[in-house]
Design a protein around this ligand. Sequence first.
Ligand SMILES: [Zn+2]
Length: 378
Amino acid sequence: MQTTESKTLELAIDLIRRQSVTPDDAGCQALMMSRLGPLGFDGENLRFRDTDNLWARKGSDGPVLAFAGHTDVVPTGPEKNWAHPPFEPVIKDGFLLGRGAADMKGSLAAFVTACERFVEAHPNHRGSIALLITSDEEGPAQDGTVKVVETLEARNEKIDWCLIGEPSSTTEVGDVIKNGRRGSLHGYLTIRGVQGHVAYPHLAENPVHTAAPALDALAQEFWDNGNDFFPPTTFQITKIESGTGSNIIPGECLVHFNFRYCTENTAESLEERVVAILDRHGLKYDLDWHLSGRPFLTDRGALVSASQNAIRTVTGRETELSTSGGTSDGRFIAPTGAQVVELGPINATIHKVDECVKAEDLDTLSSIYEQILVELLA
Ligand SMILES: [Zn+2]
């Protein structure tokens, strides 16, 4: 592609060409390492089952600033719905189009080029620079960042500051950074009744009828007010399933629900409150829980300040701190005590058909990452 002189753009294009649908890395990490190696990074391939992870580090001293991200992308859906083939990136009207352009191969390219310029200008920088890259973020996330963090913890290797390249921006690069995420708690409820003939309801017990008022109470419940950093906790029913056939009162009603919760509650407090509501309604039930992520928060400190200063220096923008959106791999890194901030390109098209990013935004992002390195390690 001769139309570009931007190294960041060129690398992003090379990465998008690799069809790395979760959990396939498709050679992206090796490509990144081929650029980081000459800078003095030691790369370690940490493979767990079918997932490739890269831990690359330059330096052996603290503090450690780690850039974190993922090479995997979500599936494209039917390619005929795309204006251009999703793995044949093109630049059109100033936008780079292709699967992963925004989430998050553009950020990966910006990590690498930021490191290149920083190391050239500051060969004897303090501390260490690291990259923690997985190919299992968009899928089950069981063999990716969580396993790398366990490996690092086991050998007492600490990350002080973690900058995740997830697309945090809303209308302009750097307008929003995420300094935390809500928790996510799933509930799987089975309400038991007694199956019977609809004409003989006195011989049966309809679990849909007994469930309804309890579910209404859960939907109406006030969980908390949120706080300075988080919106209020929300409860949503995601699935209701019951029915055995016409003229039959079903014997069971399945209900799935999810909490997105803030630090005013814990998974345990929410579980207790749900059980109390169900018991108050006299239900017979089984209830299983799956905690997919506890909430985490990085308060104002060195990493938040460095990010805000870097964005101001490069773009002149003031940055809003936010904890909205789904969970991210930050949930695995934050519990180690690391400060964690997410800063990446505009998220308007992520996971969509015709995913794209403004081409010049990748250079801006690379400059911001470089400036964060200057703020923390120069
Ligand atoms: Zn992502």
